[in-house]
Design a protein around this ligand. Structure first.
Ligand code: HEM
Length: 324
């Protein structure tokens, strides 16, 4: 129900890009059409988010937070972390749980779910597809993972870490080729395929185009990844190597060129978190399973939307790897 409500919100945001502002504003006022859908979706999400926040506040009100609990903050859920931070800002007032407004918590939770839910899922889906389509890339990733596994301390193996096939943060940092593969996937298949900005004043863009005050500019990050003048003649090729320097380290590419997370003051706040999530899941999935694409005659195409999903999903045959 919650997932459907998020999908509906995304649908309405696309609709607002297409129809004139006066039309959707009127629909909102009259509570009709797509705008009625928007109101209902918000009400579903509000029930879920406010319900969770109230339950968490009640639970925390019965606990007595002492200084030693703060060091456990990494293991806490989002609402608790925000409440603790608010408390610290206030010099440790015991009434912190009541004071943090539910609306603030609702908005924060919504932003993080909306920004991080589908984007990471879409990135991972395209990555699995790209790797399955490029056996040489898959082989190099597996070799890199094998090297990391080979130097894992035996204590970690005894603890059962190896059996789960998950890679720790320090191990993920060593995976240069996987990092490059993630960058290349995010370049060619940016989970947020287009963006819009609005001018504050009339101006002339570096391209020479003039823009009026309060003019809306929509630009395609997906198309920019396929422009020779930005990425060179091989811009259409899937080449993780373009991200690796001669010394074998990750090349720094400025964010105004690699625009997947945008650039400037409104850069994605979850950029690092996204890399960690995608690398952590991709390494565990590729290490443990083989993904073979099912050729059912349907070619994989991007769907039109706020988030770049595959039009008909990704069909794969998954088998457990047993050779490691
Ligand atoms: C591969 C995954 C992701 C991609 C490609 C991505 C991309 C973007 C882009 C393009 C924007 C700019 C939106 C705009 O200004 O119109 C943005 C903003 C944002 N993202 Fe991400 N994002 C990803 C994952 C995440 C995750 C996991 C989180 C946190 C849980 C997150 C949190 C945010 C937030 C809070 C903003 C708003 C920043 C602001 O307006 O100042 N993102 N993201």
């Amino acid at each position: 129900m919650c997932g459907k409500a998020f999908d509906q919100l995304e649908e309405v945001v696309i609709y607002r890009f297409i129809v004139p502002m006066c039309v959707w504003r009127l629909q909102r006022r009259l509570k009709i059409g797509m705008e009625w859908k928007f109101i209902r979706a918000w009400s579903t999400l509000d029930q879920l988010l406010y319900g969770s926040i109230n339950r968490k506040k009640q639970e925390l009100a019965t606990k007595n937070f002492v200084d030693n609990d703060v060091h456990k903050i990494n293991k806490m859920d989002l609402v608790t972390q925000i409440l603790i931070m608010e408390d610290e800002d206030d010099g440790g007032d015991e009434k912190f749980i009541d004071k943090t407004s539910n609306k603030f918590l609702r908005d924060t939770a919504f932003t993080l779910i909306a920004a991080g839910r589908d984007t990471v899922a879409a990135a991972l889906t395209w990555l699995i597809w790209c790797v399955a389509n490029h056996p040489v890339v898959e082989k190099r990733i597996l070799e890199e993972l094998k090297q990391v596994m080979a130097v894992r301390p035996s204590s970690a193996i005894d603890d059962g870490e190896e059996k789960g096939g998950f890679f720790r943060n320090d191990e993920l940092n060593k995976l240069v080729y996987l990092h490059a593969t993630v960058c290349e996937t995010l370049r060619l298949y940016p989970p947020v395929p287009f963006e819009h900005k609005c001018t504050v004043e009339a101006d002339v863009l570096p391209s020479g185009h003039t823009v009026r005050k309060e003019e809306r500019i929509i630009f395609s990050i997906y198309a920019m990844a396929r422009m020779e003048e930005i990425w060179g003649e091989d811009c259409l090729e899937f080449k993780p190597e373009r991200w690796i320097s001669e010394k074998g380290t990750i090349l720094h590419v400025p964010s105004y060129k690699f625009m997947t997370f945008l650039t400037g003051t409104r850069t994605c706040l979850g950029k690092n978190m996204s890399f960690t999530q995608v690398k952590s899941l991709a390494s565990a999935l590729l290490w443990n399973y083989k993904f073979e694409l099912i050729n059912d005659g349907c070619s994989v195409k991007p769907a039109v939307g706020m988030v770049l999903f595959m039009k008909d999903g990704l069909k794969t045959r998954v088998s457990k790897r047993d050779h490691w």
